[in-house]
Design a protein around this ligand. Structure first.
Ligand code: PLP
Length: 397
């Protein structure tokens, strides 16, 4: 007999992966260029030259026996110090190597945090819709805690504070936020962040234990119209930051990121040790050694993100002029319009007729929407717009 929970998880691919695979099958029939795959958040811009240069330089100048060797579990002192310095230069903070634990990307960072913080199956983590679907998997099956979902505030996709306050309880161990957000593209305003921080401080005091804020920030650098993304950690002391270079440096397959545990976190040393212990339990051993070194050199860089800005403009303006309803995204590379019928699965099925591959909002806890991942070639967007128009016509727009 196998573990039935993981067996079921392994047998059922996520909807996003399912659609992505469908696209691969369609590409064999109609040609890759005729499949408009907006399903997956796989960055399509190359990593910056500095990354290629760093890789070549490290490989050509260092001893091959050590370049690819194990590092200490939390990552090399040099890499962690370099990341801390780049954060300090940008946010005026005073982090050092001892605040960082390097991971194999944000997915690992988040699952490590849930595992580190869960003390009992009664513990609860609050997640705001629309959300990255894997949170629920990591919380319930990775840590054995409870995942408490807060419905979306659909008019702006900021936090639905009324529902949030109702669901906070003495069992609340942590709250997860993701801004810029996948799938809505929304950036939490300063007002939202301040209100969140004040409420968590009040409730932590009332319950007599810390409530941790897990800030999942892989899209921190992908922002538009000069908007500022508030850096959360200094605004709420019990924040653990989960970051990855998958999106900002276009390195999703290389699996490199970190957990930041600031000194201000209650019981800092124990929390940091629990993060290390969770990484150990989950079998991560250490982050990829070569990419630890690459990040040490490129932590402050980004890929050329301008293509996303162009795609956002074309899609947002194109779709809204056709009558689709959509909140203008301020970050990430997703658009999250309302579907033209209440049943988002039926709508996305119908879109497949045009080889438009969209993900139903219900998968992100916000039915009646579709996620359009626009980290694709601009040409794909331009050729897809008439198809969105044909689809809209089917609904009388
Ligand atoms: N968190 C969010 C909100 C994401 O959208 C993703 C990936 O798309 C991840 C975490 C996982 O990122 P990584 O590839 O760094 O594990």
């Amino acid at each position: 007999m196998l573990n039935q929970t993981v067996l079921a998880l392994g047998k059922k691919r996520s909807t996003i992966r399912e659609i992505f695979e469908f696209g691969n099958q369609r590409a064999k029939i109609v040609g890759r260029e005729n499949v408009f795959d907006f399903s997956i958040g796989n960055p399509n811009v190359p990593a910056p030259n500095s990354v290629q240069q760093a890789i070549c330089d490290i490989i050509n100048t260092q001893n091959p026996a050590t370049v690819h060797g194990y590092t200490s579990a939390q990552g090399t002192e040099d890499s962690r110090a370099a990341i801390a310095e780049s954060l300090n230069a940008r946010f005026g903070t005073d982090y050092s190597a001892k605040n960082l634990y390097l991971t194999v990307g944000a997915a690992a960072s988040i699952s490590i945090c849930f595992k580190a913080l869960t003390a009992s199956p009664e513990d609860e983590f609050i997640v705001f819709a629309p959300y990255f679907p894997e949170y629920q998997v990591f919380i319930e099956h990775g840590s054995g805690a409870k995942c408490v979902l807060i419905p979306a505030q659909e008019q702006d996709f900021q936090i639905n504070f009324e529902e949030f306050e109702r669901k906070l309880s003495p069992h609340t161990k942590g709250v997860v936020i993701n801004s810029p957000n996948n799938p809505s593209g929304v950036v939490y305003s300063d007002e939202t962040v301040c209100r969140l921080s004040a409420l968590l401080n009040k409730k932590a005091e009332e319950y007599g234990h810390p409530i941790y804020l897990i800030s999942d920030e892989p899209y921190r650098e992908i922002i538009y119209d000069g908007i500022e993304v508030p850096f959360i950690a200094p605004k709420y002391k019990n924040t653990l930051v989960c970051y990855s270079y998958s999106k900002s440096l276009s390195l999703p397959g290389e699996r490199i990121g970190y957990v930041l545990v600031p000194n201000a976190v209650d019981n800092f040393e124990d929390v940091y040790a629990a993060v290390c212990g969770a990484g150990r339990v989950l079998g991560y051993v250490c982050a990829p050694a070569l990419f630890q070194q690459v990040i040490a050199r490129c932590a402050a860089d980004t890929a050329d993100l301008s293509i996303y800005e162009e795609n956002r403009k074309l899609l947002f303006e194109g779709l809204t002029s056709m009558g689709y309803n959509c909140i203008k995204p301020e970050g990430a590379f997703y658009l999250f319009p309302q579907t033209l019928e209440a049943d988002d699965y039926a709508f996305c099925e119908r879109a497949k007729k045009y080889d438009l591959l969209l993900v139903p909002g219900a998968d992100f806890g916000a039915p009646g929407h579709m996620r359009i991942s626009y980290c694709v070639q601009t040409e794909t967007v331009l050729r897809a717009l008439p198809l969105f128009k044909k689809l809209a016509k089917e609904y009388g727009l």
